[in-house]
Design a protein around this ligand. Structure first.
Ligand code: SF4
Length: 298
């Protein structure tokens, strides 16, 4: 049965044969929106409690984390190969010597066939792109930018400390080097209507990106956003599972079909999550959404 939209496995299949799995790595970076480089206090939805130097410094090195991840997956799929996913915090926020050492440490691990680097759009200097462009001639390289919304008013409200035009600039500069680009977007940010969220889908559809992840906004204990909502400073759009499925149907209909959708939801730890408490895993949500998309296509 044809898939109702292009997903991440379609994208991977164009670049690799066989099973590919991402392994997340915490390389011990910090965040320029917390250490004063571009801002302090961080994005209002980001959990302050999990951000301190002790937490940030990983107990294991990059290669050890990858070996551990490989052992976990290899039990089920012995022939599987892997992408090192530099996920935690801002993985380009260091000098190029340190960055290249950590990326190459990952790539030297047997079975690692590429890297995905999660970062902010205001943290990609041309000098780093020079290096990544060279790296991408010998291995798979993707940069994943946290864009979150195309609306500067929203970005300001959540203290992202960057603008949409910085996202556009970073994406264009990265793609022009032949490096794969992904975006991360949040649906349901404070003050955003459905129309505004779909405008973000239109805006990202016009960019030279390969993939996108959508996440529902999660209200997490210990965040400034949770405090602001509790104090009644503003509210966030409250969506039932059904509302969010309807939004995702609209996203699928609207998005540039060449962009692969990697995710629609994420899950914060139960004990930290205030809202929404849908009790669905990502694959369960995707099953519901795909059923709805197929019914709509009949
Ligand atoms: S969400 Fe990312 S960019 Fe924002 S404060 Fe947290 S780590 Fe920094």
């Amino acid at each position: 049965m044809a898939k109702p939209y292009r997903d991440f496995s379609d994208f991977l299949a164009e670049h690799f044969s066989g099973k590919i799995q991402k392994i997340s790595v915490n390389a011990g970076f910090s965040c320029p929106n917390r250490d004063g480089t571009v801002g302090t206090g961080g994005c209002t939805y980001c959990n302050n409690q999990t951000f301190n130097p002790g937490y940030c410094l990983p107990a294991l090195g990059v290669a050890e984390q990858l070996e551990e991840g490989k052992r976990f997956f290899a039990r089920k799929y012995p022939s599987m190969r892997f992408l090192a996913y530099f996920q935690a915090y801002t993985n380009t926020h260091a000098d190029i010597d340190r960055l290249s050492r950590l990326y190459e440490e990952a790539l030297a691990v047997d079975g690692i066939v590429g890297i995905i680097i999660g970062t902010r759009p205001d943290c990609m200097p041309d000098r780093l792109l020079d290096y990544l462009e060279g790296l991408s001639t010998r291995t798979f390289v993707m940069v994943e930018y946290g864009a979150e919304s195309c609306h500067d008013s929203t970005l300001q409200l959540i203290n992202r400390c960057h603008t949409w035009s910085q996202t556009v600039d970073a994406v264009n500069r990265t793609s022009a080097r032949g490096i794969h680009v992904g975006l991360h977007m949040i649906m349901g940010l404070p003050g955003e209507t459905t129309d505004m969220m779909l405008e973000s889908v239109d805006a990202l559809s016009a960019l030279p990106i390969d993939t996108v992840k959508f996440h529902q906004l999660q209200l997490v204990r210990g965040t400034r956003l949770a405090r602001d909502v509790e104090e009644g400073l503003y509210d966030v759009p409250r969506m039932s599972v059904d509302d969010y499925i309807n939004l995702c149907v609209a996203i699928v209909r609207r998005i540039n079909p060449s962009v692969a959708i990697e995710r629609f939801t994420s899950q914060s730890p139960e004990e930290l999550l205030i809202y929404p408490r849908w009790g669905l895993k990502n694959y369960q949500f995707v099953n519901l959404l795909e059923r709805r998309l197929r019914e709509a296509a009949r």
